[in-house]
Write a protein that binds this ligand. Structure first.
Ligand code: DON
Length: 303
């Protein structure tokens, strides 16, 4: 597969979508990004990366890190996590509170904010430093030792974090938090603030295309666990748009309000696309269009 030629074709085809939608505004530091940015990268199983547009420019990973936190929590602590968080699409916005009360403080899945807070709490218990665990993993997999928390984004999110605090306190009341809520929130905000490029994220997502094998050849997840993480990405990775994403793109994918989306073609490659304009559900408009175009042009998907 000539990935470079495909990426160039994708970028040309979806150009009219770039700038559509609106960058996230509820985290003020994210609203400052140039809405005309667009980048896309593909990392193959051997770690060769191809890219187009702004593929080497760092952006705020935000909810994309929920995938890596989940993989690490499963790798370090196994299946026990699933007693505290479900695996069903929520059909609700990523930061919604309503379902939590009906469902006794057990979030629907690890990729909505409530579920990710439980995963962060679990990783904090298992490692003593959840956000550094995620950062170290991302540095190792991307081969980029310069990856760092973005202090401005983390501070901005903490200052506007009442909704996440409400989710965490609510779950604590149901007995679904093991660490103090302020500690869990701090690690969650740090984790979300990590800045990475499409190149970095395509490389970091490669372990899911390699059925659980890390860049150094060691195993993070069993083949079965890698399948499970990919399955939860497919069904829950793009929130209340997961059905539409599966219909259009046909791949496990995870979006973030920074405008990035990571997608996986098991046994083939990992992709990352970035463009900051979001649709009403919080997914990048040009990003979804580009992944749609990629799978349509190549015929590569999980279906
Ligand atoms: O907690 C938040 O709201 C953000 N740090 C992350 C949300 C996010 O990226 C959801 N994505 N679409």
């Amino acid at each position: 597969m000539n990935y470079q030629a495909v990426l160039e074709q994708v970028a040309a085809d979806i150009a009219p979508h770039i700038g559509a939608g609106r960058p996230a505004e509820y985290i003020p530091a994210l609203a400052e990004v140039d809405p005309a940015s667009f980048g896309m990268a593909v990392a193959d199983l051997d770690g060769r990366v191809h890219g187009v547009g702004d593929w080497e420019r760092p952006f705020s990973t935000q909810s994309i890190t929920k995938v890596f936190a989940l993989a690490l929590a499963l790798a370090r602590g196994g299946d026990e996590l699933w007693q505290r968080v479900g695996r069903e699409p929520s059909g609700n916005p990523f930061n919604s509170l309503v379902q939590l009360e009906y469902e006794n403080g057990i979030p629907r899945n690890p990729f909505i904010n409530a579920g990710a807070l439980v995963v962060t709490d679990r990783l904090q218990t298992l490692t003593g430093d959840a956000s550094s665990e995620v950062l170290d993993f991302l540095r190792a997999e991307s081969g980029n030792p310069d990856l760092a928390f973005d202090q401005k984004v983390a501070a901005s999110e903490a200052a506007h974090g009442d909704r996440n605090a409400a989710l965490a306190h609510f779950m604590a009341d149901y007995g679904n938090m093991r660490n103090p809520v302020p500690t869990v929130l701090e690690h969650y905000f740090w984790q979300c603030s990590i800045a990475m490029s499409c190149r970095d994220l395509a490389l970091a997502g490669r372990f899911l295309a390699r059925h659980g094998l890390r860049a150094d050849g060691s195993r993070l997840l069993t083949r079965s666990e890698a399948k499970q993480v990919n399955a939860v990405m497919l069904t829950c990775g793009t929130y209340d748009a997961a059905g539409d994403f599966a219909y259009r793109v046909g791949l496990p994918g995870k979006s973030g309000v920074g405008g990035g989306i990571v997608a996986v073609i098991p046994g083939q490659c990992a992709l990352c696309v970035w463009s900051p304009g979001l649709d009403a559900r919080g997914n990048s408009v040009a990003g979804v269009a580009a992944l749609d175009r990629f799978t349509t042009l190549t015929g590569l998907s999980v279906f």
